[in-house]
Design a protein around this ligand. Structure first.
Ligand SMILES: [Zn+2]
Length: 122
């Protein structure tokens, strides 16, 4: 029978972390494709690419030290993940010209926020 622990960490915790990673990366990469198809069906492929490009806001992690910390909630920590920035992303939803970018950015924040909830409650 396999051990319930690996390196002293209960296996169910390790498996939850893997599930969190899957949700995080599919949330940032695949689900925008689905949203693009649902909301912008006529040009869903370019909408998907634009939404993927909104991941550029994660460049603000380069300002942080350490750059990556799996136990840190990015919302309100990084400048492009601040409530001010989120307000700007919400405004982008209003005009049809900026809406795809706005949807990509707001959805990016939602996925990052899910991570924060995950860290807090699981
Ligand atoms: Zn992010």
């Amino acid at each position: 029978m396999p051990s319930l622990y690996r390196d002293g960490i209960p296996r169910y915790i390790l498996e939850m972390d893997i599930l969190q990673q899957i949700i995080h990366y599919s949330g940032h990469l695949l689900i925008p494709g689905l949203i693009a198809w649902l909301l912008f069906r006529k040009n869903w492929k370019s909408a998907w690419l634009i939404m993927l490009a909104t991941m550029i806001i994660d460049l603000d992690h380069l300002l942080a030290d350490p750059i990556f910390d799996s136990d840190r909630c990015g919302i309100e920590f990084h400048p492009l993940h601040s409530y001010y920035a989120i307000g700007v992303y919400a405004i982008l939803l209003i005009s049809p010209k900026t809406r795809i970018v706005g949807v990509g950015l707001v959805f990016h924040i939602i996925i990052d926020y899910l991570d924060c909830m995950w860290m807090e409650y699981l």
